[in-house]
Design a binder for this molecule. Structure first.
Ligand code: ADP
Length: 217
């Protein structure tokens, strides 16, 4: 279990904070807006009303003890930057920050934020990729063109083996696991017989997956 602090409980910050809680982490939420702090007080480990541009108020939160501090302030660029400068001076080990403009990104990068997130652009790209491959339930990009994708086997896959379906892609696409009604088979061999609605996790280069994934649905 890691300790996270989320500064700014707007739409982005609150969604991150609640998801981290669901994953079993400890989360502190901070915002100037008492309505937001009260709204999430019961759902987070700790929720505090504070102006994070106020160095002393921020210092009192003891954020240097947290694994990661996420600065989820976008619109108020000055607050976002001043907060990060303070966090740096307290020696917070890892800072992630949301940016909504190029200028904000440039300055955050200069101050030395560990990761800068552009929620709208990043989500836009993800949605476009999902729209182009509607058969893919979800995916992870591993870099260098490698992907892990999740697909659901369609009804016509019933009884067919992995070899029958992947054919030429058998060497390029690896089936990492198959999930069937709560039962997981790790690295099923080419003779593994599929059922309709099986969940398959595939690994491979984008080009090979592009050919293989549509055959499964
Ligand atoms: P979103 O689009 O995710 O809602 P915003 O940038 O609009 O993101 O919201 C950021 C949140 O950060 C708001 O709830 C705002 O009250 C909070 N915030 C802005 N400035 C400060 C500050 N100086 N101290 C603490 N919280 C702040």
């Amino acid at each position: 279990m890691a300790q996270f602090a989320v500064i700014g409980l707007g739409r982005f910050g609150s969604a991150c904070a609640l998801e981290l809680m669901k994953m079993g982490h400890s989360v502190l939420g901070v915002d100037t807006n008492p309505k937001l702090v009260n709204k999430y007080a019961d759902q987070l480990n700790r929720a505090v009303i504070a102006d994070v541009t106020d160095r002393q108020a921020l210092e009192e939160l003891g954020l240097d003890n947290y694994d990661v501090v996420l600065v989820a302030i976008g619109a108020d660029i000055e607050s976002s930057l001043v907060c990060v400068v303070h966090l740096k001076s307290f020696g917070v080990p890892t800072i992630w920050a949301k940016a909504i403009s190029h200028t904000q990104h440039l300055i955050l990068a200069k101050i030395g934020v560990n990761r800068i997130i552009h929620p709208e652009e990043e989500m836009g790209i993800r949605v476009a990729q999902m729209l182009s491959y509607p058969m893919v339930n979800d995916y992870i990009t591993l870099g260098n063109g490698d992907y892990i994708v999740e697909v659901t086997a369609s009804d016509n896959m019933n009884g067919q083996t992995i070899r029958d379906i992947l054919r030429e892609q058998l060497t390029d696409v690896q089936v990492l696991l198959v999930k069937r009604r709560g039962q997981t088979t790790i690295q099923p061999g080419p003779d593994f017989s599929l059922h309709a609605k099986d969940l398959l996790i595939l690994f491979g280069q984008l080009q090979a997956l592009r050919t293989a994934a549509p055959k499964l649905v």
